[in-house]
Design a protein around this ligand. Structure first.
Ligand SMILES: [Fe+2]
Length: 354
């Protein structure tokens, strides 16, 4: 897809086809999409430092870009973490307080409780992702497609409402070629679904489960007894979601660690890791993560990625946690009530990645 640029000006909104609500832009941003090598996403350049003026127009740009924005050069956040929180509030009314909800409060930023530190630099942090087997594709490339690439998820899909938007800042990324974040577009995947799969998923409900709750695929395969779940560890979510801003349908699925593999993964289908539901989920994920629906992000210090969990899934790649240090700061944002889709959709206000 040929990249194009769009200028969001300081002029009254009527000057911009994307801002028809009569509002004024408070800053200038330049949006160029899609992201390199992908069919979605966009790069945003701010005309002013983040600490000088918070830009408006970013939520619209996010919707236009299919749910993924890269904003490079925001190293000021490292010196002033509140800037990341302020940026996050541009995308919704609630930025979660991780100090209140994490089992390990050490993983929330000491001066900004809304920031979850994704790192190997603090005791108690989750381990770095495992390497795929084999680590490269037969062509020698980084594997992106399930099941060679695994760990695909939408952040906290086991909550209802789940966070709509995630914002991730690279304070200390690892060297290029590892520690990437890979995204897959549920919108592109849905649009290209073969007819036999489209019919199966249209009214299907997925059973999402918190990682570590003991109902993941490996636990089910091992024959362990199924543990009971707390209400905040489980949510049923539609497999096909209608985006409340764009009106577009997208697939909404996770995989081995974030679905219920005892009673699920789908309501009304044969449960368990060898059941009819498992076979359908595997088939859907192979399709969902086809390379043409994905984007691989190589992190540079100061990068911010903003993504829409309602229409994208993502996963992280291996890095050498014994030899390298990694520190990423993440916030999660709610805006529209999560998975609950209103029966009458708002006006469609954007079309594609520009
Ligand atoms: Fe995630």
């Amino acid at each position: 897809m040929r990249p194009c640029s769009r200028i969001y000006s300081r002029e009254p909104a009527l000057a911009s086809p994307l801002q028809k609500g009569g509002k004024f832009m408070t800053s200038q941003i330049q949006v160029t999409g899609p992201l390199p090598g992908a069919r979605f996403g966009a790069t945003v350049r701010l005309s002013e430092p983040l600490g000088t003026e918070l830009p408006t127009g970013l939520p619209q740009a996010l919707a236009d870009a299919g749910g993924l924005l890269l904003i490079p050069g925001l190293g000021d956040i490292g010196r002033e973490p509140q800037l990341l929180v302020k940026l996050s509030y541009l995308f919704g009314t609630e930025v979660e307080n991780y100090r209140a909800i994490l089992k390990s409060p050490m993983l929330s930023h000491p001066s900004a409780p809304e920031i979850f530190m994704v790192t190997n630099m603090i005791p108690g942090s989750p381990p770095s992702p495992a390497l795929p087997v084999p680590p490269l594709t037969p062509e020698g490339r980084l594997p992106v497609q399930y099941p060679q690439r695994f760990g695909w998820h939408s952040d906290q899909s086991y909550r209802n409402p789940a966070p709509d938007i995630s914002v991730l800042y690279a304070q200390t990324p690892v060297a290029r070629g590892r520690g990437q974040t890979i995204f897959a577009s549920g919108t592109l995947a849905y649009d290209a679904l073969p007819e036999h799969l489209r019919e199966k998923v249209e009214n299907l409900q997925g059973m999402h489960c918190k990682p570590g709750a003991g109902r993941d695929r490996r636990s089910a395969e091992s024959g362990k007894p199924s543990p009971a779940l707390a209400p905040d560890q489980f949510a049923t979510q539609p497999v096909v979601r209608i985006h409340p801003v764009t009106g577009k349908k997208s697939l909404f699925l996770c995989e081995r660690a974030q679905m219920d593999w005892f009673d699920g993964p789908f309501v009304g289908m044969q449960p368990g890791p060898d059941g009819e539901g498992a076979r359908l989920l595997d088939e859907l994920l192979v399709h969902y993560t086809r390379p043409e629906f994905t984007y691989v992000h190589e992190w540079t210090q100061g990068d911010v990625l903003v993504w829409d969990n309602r229409c994208l899934i993502h996963t992280a790649t291996w890095y050498d946690a014994a030899a390298e240090q990694r520190m990423m700061w993440r916030t999660t944002v709610r805006s529209d009530g999560g998975a609950t889709v209103p029966s009458s959709m708002p006006e469609v206000v954007s079309q594609g990645a520009g």
